[in-house]
Design a protein around this ligand. Structure first.
Ligand SMILES: O=C(O)c1ccccc1N[C@@H]1O[C@H](COP(=O)(O)O)[C@@H](O)[C@H]1O
Length: 239
């Protein structure tokens, strides 16, 4: 059981090994900044203390990168943050190309992948898998049990709005109170619509072990903003 958020003190230290924030040494808070595509924004994210950096492999996304681009971009993160390859119902051929070129530390499966598919991918690439699930109501938390002992982590994201071509990266939040009493049986990141203005509330309400943000630190779709990245870390630190 994680301690309630009010147990956290304002003092924050950065664990040099995990790059996670430790709140008075009680629990680390992982922070993943997703949809990175330039060396400048990766530098800002690493300076902020991100534990994970995410690269999107989904051609419809304004954040899409190729395996070759990600292979170059992820170099700066080696030894500082884990590089996550975000895919959506990707074929084995596409995953082969991503894994062989980019050499990610983790795969994020952000489509309709089943527990069986997660098991297969995990074993095929010998990499940890973070499985994204869409949440808008209590019933959406039920599929979690199918991934316990199967996925390494979950990413609990908001449901995509009707008409969106993106399964994530829509800047939409869900009711974080759904997670307040959640003990899912595996690690997870809270995602969906986080930004510098609301991340403090997300931490106070849901007390998650990890956070993931993309469009909330952008000045335009796909354009990360180093000022907003700094603001995001600052707001998380204050919370
Ligand atoms: O960001 C995208 O374009 C994207 C495309 C396809 C699958 C997942 C994607 N993003 C993931 O969604 C979360 C939440 O995004 P946001 O903060 O609401 O904009 C993001 O962090 C990625 O993990």
């Amino acid at each position: 059981m994680r301690p309630p958020p009010q147990c956290r003190e304002a003092r924050v230290s950065l664990d040099s090994h995990r790059r996670s924030w430790h709140f008075a040494g009680i629990m680390p808070l992982d922070i993943k900044i997703c949809g990175l595509s330039t060396p400048e924004t990766i530098a800002a994210v690493l300076d902020g203390g991100a534990s994970h950096v995410g690269f999107i492999f989904f051609p419809k996304s304004p954040r899409n990168v190729t395996p070759a681009q990600a292979a170059l971009l992820r170099q700066a993160a080696i030894g500082r943050a884990k590089a996550v390859a975000v895919t959506v119902d990707a074929s084995d051929d596409f995953l082969d190309a991503i894994v062989s070129q980019m050499k990610p530390d983790m795969l994020q499966l952000h489509g309709k992948e089943t527990p069986e598919r997660v098991t297969y991918v995990r074993e095929r690439y010998n990499l940890p898998v973070m499985k994204a699930l869409s949440v808008s109501e209590p019933a959406d938390l039920l599929p979690i049990q199918g991934f316990v002992g199967v996925a390494d982590r979950l990413l609990l994201d908001a449901k995509a709005p009707k008409g969106s071509e993106l399964p994530g990266g829509n800047g939409v939040s869900f009711d974080w109170r759904l997670l307040a009493a959640l003990d899912p049986g595996l690690d997870y990141m809270l995602s969906g619509g986080l930004n510098p203005d609301n991340v403090g509330d997300a931490i106070r309400i849901a007390n998650p072990p990890g956070l993931d943000v993309s469009s909330g630190v952008e000045s335009a779709p796909g354009v990360k903003d180093t000022g907003l990245i700094r603001d995001f870390f600052e707001a998380a630190r204050k919370a």
